[in-house]
Design a binder for this molecule. Structure first.
Ligand code: MG
Length: 300
């Protein structure tokens, strides 16, 4: 009966730290051990790299020390040979496939839902052939008429993800759920919620990601959000925090150190991938952004 009061007493007498520490010891012990080994792996979406052809873009990325290439999912199956050839004898790997599917998974129209499942499978097969970490999926955008936000809808989503996750795993890749800000997708907004869905899907092919742009609006702590995703965190997007342009173009607002601390504590080994535009000259803003991220990673 007095458990709660005892706990409050501990808090008020300074014993709280010990109590909380004891509860969370395993994850922080893991974090401390792996913090030093976390590497910064920078990735660019194909459209962001400078160059006319894919080869020129890859040459440019190599000069910048970028090691990941994020591709769009539309038409991917037809591009597999072209991309494989372009990446042979390079250190750059496919970091992720960004969407490109038809329909949407939470559609209340069965035809739209089926369109999503069929096109997702096609993209997953191509993603697997390309050795991609995964394929990014948003369950529903605000403009897409969907089942109401209820337990039943969540259960349905988890069941569908379980099936798609099994297919992804067969193809040595994964589904990566992306939470977006409320203006784009109210259904899934926070990294921890995405991770909770991954946990419930309990599939070796279902993971989640965080996008600093959306996190700016939705999360109370970048570090907390990443840590809460734990082992389910597979990918990260980055952009400036006010206008979704190159990191650094929004000045002081573009501080990622707290989030990077979380990634280091997790021993995160995935990519941090640019998904942004620019208001300046990309020849200048892109290398400056890469430099800024490297500096902030060091400080984290
Ligand atoms: Mg994103």
């Amino acid at each position: 009966m007095s458990t709660r009061r005892d706990f409050i007493k501990k808090v008020s007498t300074g014993g709280a730290l010990a109590a909380v520490g004891a509860l969370s010891m395993p994850s922080f012990a893991f974090a401390a051990k792996s913090a030093k080994s976390a590497n910064l792996n920078i990735s660019l979406q194909e459209g962001i790299a400078i160059g006319k052809s894919l080869d020129e873009k890859l040459d440019y990325m190599e000069k910048l020390g970028v090691t990941g290439l994020e591709l769009g999912g539309g038409n991917l199956a037809k591009r597999v040979d072209e991309i494989k050839k372009a990446l042979s004898n390079r250190k750059i790997k496919v970091s992720a496939i960004c969407a490109g599917f038809g329909g949407w998974l939470l559609a209340d129209d069965p035809a739209e839902k089926q369109k999503c499942i069929d096109s997702t499978r096609e993209i997953l097969a191509a993603a697997g052939e390309l050795g991609s970490v995964g394929m990014i999926l948003v369950p529903a955008f605000n403009s897409q008429h969907s089942y109401p936000h209820t337990q039943e809808t969540r259960d349905r989503l988890v069941a569908d993800l379980k099936e798609l996750g099994a297919y992804a795993h067969e193809h040595k890749t994964s589904i990566i759920l992306e939470p977006l800000n409320r203006g784009e997708a109210f259904y899934l907004r926070q990294v921890a919620d995405a991770a909770s869905i991954c946990r419930d899907a309990d599939s070796p092919g279902v993971f989640c990601m965080g996008d600093f742009w959306h996190m700016t609006r939705e999360e109370t702590s970048d570090r907390g959000a990443f840590i809460s995703a734990g082992k389910y965190l597979k990918h990260v997007h980055i952009a400036s925090r006010k206008r979704r342009i190159m990191p650094g173009e929004d000045g002081e607002a573009d501080n990622y150190i707290d989030g990077f601390k979380g990634l280091k504590e997790l021993g995160y080994e995935g990519y941090i991938s640019f998904e942004c535009g620019t208001k300046g000259n990309k020849e200048e803003t892109l290398p400056a952004a890469v430099k800024l991220i490297r500096e902030q990673w060091k400080k984290a």
